[in-house]
Design a protein. Structure first.
Ligand code: F6P
Length: 325
């Protein structure tokens, strides 16, 4: 097979996501299939700066498809944000003869890849973040697993909240994005869902929904809050002050980032990792692999960074109907 690249690096960067290992595995196996050498870069862009590398072959990617986390570790690199850091990273690529990089991560990862491309390195991004907030793709690796982890936890909470006829306030991840909160809120039949993209009118969006639920006969309530929409602790206190309830607050935190990836995440990661190698092998650069209507396409990396991804309007409409009572 003709390949436009001879030796590519693969790295994971930013918040880890279940399925990253499946993506790494797919990149390595696609390289082996095409006769391209593959080098693992540990600890994200810091690894590129420091030359923290290892040769990748079938032996170090066996039995990782079902493991959460990333065997290449990940990090957020302050040094790589500097021109000097980017120079050093490009120097490592030149030293070891890397003519392509597959960068697996979120928008910050793609910004780093774009910076690297200015030094003549071909780069392709693979979208992996539990936030699902990359505008150019319908889906990012890790979102399905994180959603199922949160739904399982909230189903367990509902058992005890129902028994004690309590109000539960649950904070899910999503520093700046409410995609996870919206999806999980629909899946658990939340009384109310708070997302950073939707301005919160506390009385209308929380108090009134609890009151209507009580009037419809419910005696327990489930409030889902994206961490970027406010503090679950404060929301619990406000509910207590206003309604006299005594809410129990649960912050799911980083358990949403772990666990064995779901079948969907494994397959999406495999398809995206494979597509990334195909794009580099064909000689294209500065691309991001995107899932679009069930197909894998690649778009210019700028498009991947162009704007914030809005919430799904149909999901929002359904949520309004389900919680409008
Ligand atoms: O970007 C994914 C994410 O999980 C966000 O939802 C969350 O706010 C952030 O990472 C947490 O970052 P860290 O792992 O550095 O605390």
């Amino acid at each position: 097979m003709e390949n436009a690249v001879k030796r590519i690096g693969v790295l994971t960067s930013g918040g880890d996501a279940p399925g990253m290992n499946a993506a790494i595995r797919a990149v390595v196996r696609a390289c082996l299939y095409r006769g391209i050498e593959c080098v693992g870069i540990r600890r994200g862009y810091n690894g590129l700066i420091n030359g923290d590398i290892l040769r990748m072959d079938a032996s170090n990617i066996s039995h990782i498809i079902n493991r959460g986390g990333t065997i290449l570790y990940t990090a957020r690199s302050e040094e790589f944000r500097t021109p000097a850091g980017q120079e050093r990273a490009a120097g490592t690529c030149k030293l070891i003869g890397l003519d392509g990089i597959v960068a697996i991560g979120g928008d910050g990862t793609f910004r780093g890849a774009e910076a690297l491309s200015k030094h003549g390195i071909s780069v392709v991004g693979v979208p992996a973040t539990i936030d699902n907030d990359i505008v150019c793709t319908d889906y990012t690796i890790g979102f399905d697993t994180a959603s199922n982890t949160a739904v399982d936890a909230i189903d367990r909470l509902r058992d005890t909240m129902q028994s004690h006829e309590r109000c539960s306030v649950v904070e899910v991840m999503g520093r700046n994005a409410g995609h996870l909160a919206l999806y999980v809120g629909l899946a658990v039949g939340a009384t109310a869902v708070l997302m950073p993209e939707v301005p919160v009118h506390f009385d209308q969006d929380v108090i009134e929904k609890i009151r209507r639920a009580r009037l419809s006969g419910k005696t327990h309530y489930m409030i889902v809050v994206a961490e970027g929409a406010g503090s679950a602790m404060k929301i619990g206190e406000q509910i207590k002050e206003t309604l006299g309830l005594d809410p129990r607050v649960t912050i799911l935190g980083h358990i949403q980032r772990g666990g064995t990836p779901s079948a969907r995440d494994r397959v999406m990661a495999t398809r995206m990792g494979y597509s990334a190698v195909e794009v580099l092998a064909s000689g294209r650069t500065n691309r991001v692999i995107c899932a679009k209507h069930g197909q894998m396409v690649d778009v210019d990396i700028e498009e991947g960074l162009s704007q914030k991804k809005g919430l799904n309007p149909q999901q929002l409409a359904a949520l309004q109907a389900m919680t409008g009572l």
